[in-house]
Design a protein around this ligand. Structure first.
Ligand code: NAD
Length: 268
């Protein structure tokens, strides 16, 4: 469908619930999990329970994350993030719900953002619940694993990096400075649950919105798909900008298949 139809649709709306996914950060150099056909294109990411229960999985996670973090941190907001921040300043967005964990919406200037799956920039202690910064964790990781500090590897989604030829059993993981507990990035891993307050906040915003706009998400993950399902049930029209198939294609009033940044820069 044409961008002009989408422009007309959005012009009549005052409170748009925006849902973004990995596709919008692809143009900032952060890879997605799925391709345009909706096919999985990566090795499997860590599962929530694996991280909690297996030291070897945590060693693998933190080693890869230590290498991938630098790439994620260097990524810059692109025209989609910047355009959406501009929309917020003219009161068009009820809430921007992102499934991304890269923090690029906030770095572009958006403030009404709900990080549905958390942010990689923070680390939470599973023992005492204290939150600390990922930068601090990076320094500690590099101090105790100096030979990994300058490792170069292929970068993957979610700040992950491909370093499987490394001896993971030698990886040392810092623990919580306060209680000695296990540290976890403050994100929802696959197999984990989105915190209830986040889900409630998103549904409350959706109930006040007169449209949903999905950008750059396959919606294959239920935690994002549920908002489209709810919108369809309650008669809120849904528009989508995505290159490729999504799980909610049959729920959209309008779908534009083009690069998110091209679409958003022409709409804003
Ligand atoms: P996804 O990988 O399942 O889907 C991304 C979609 O975006 C695909 O349909 C793809 O064809 C499309 N796309 C790619 N480039 C595009 C572009 N330039 N313009 C428009 N569309 C484009 O991602 P998802 O639906 O967000 O679900 C994956 C999960 O992985 C999420 O829960 C998220 O937490 C996580 N993730 C986050 C990041 C990040 O923080 N940047 C990156 C990868 C994955």
């Amino acid at each position: 469908m044409s961008l002009q139809l989408l422009q007309t649709f959005l012009a009549s709306k005052r409170n748009i619930f925006v849902l973004t996914g990995a596709g919008i950060s692809a143009e900032s150099g952060i890879p997605t999990y799925r391709d345009h056909q909706g096919n999985w294109q990566r090795s499997d990411p860590i599962q929530h329970l694996e991280f909690l229960e297996q030291t070897s999985k945590r060693q693998r996670y933190w080693a890869r994350s230590m290498v991938g973090w630098k790439h994620l941190q260097a990524a810059q907001p692109n025209r989609t993030h910047i355009g959406l921040a501009k929309w917020e300043s003219i009161q068009k967005i009820s809430l921007l719900v992102t499934q991304n964990v890269d923090g690029l919406h906030q770095r572009a200037g958006s403030r009404k953002v709900l990080d549905l799956h958390g942010r990689l920039s923070e680390v939470r202690c599973l023992g005492c619940d204290a939150v600390s910064s990922r930068d601090e964790m990076q320094t500690r990781l590099e101090t105790v694993n100096p030979d990994l500090a300058n490792f170069v590897a292929g970068y993957l989604p979610d700040g992950d990096a491909d370093i499987d030829d490394y001896d993971m059993s030698s990886v040392k993981i810092p623990t919580c400075i306060g209680c000695g507990g296990v540290l976890k990035p403050d994100v929802v891993f696959f197999g984990g649950a989105v915190p209830k307050p986040s889900v409630e906040k998103a549904f409350a915003a959706l109930s006040q919105s007169d449209a949903v706009l999905v950008i750059g998400s396959s919606l294959a993950v239920f935690s994002g798909f549920r908002f489209c399902r709810k919108a369809a049930e309650t008669g809120v029209p849904i528009a989508c900008i995505n290159q490729g198939k999504t799980r909610a294609d049959d729920l959209f009033s309008i779908k534009v298949e083009m690069a998110a940044s091209d679409a958003i820069s022409q709409l804003t």
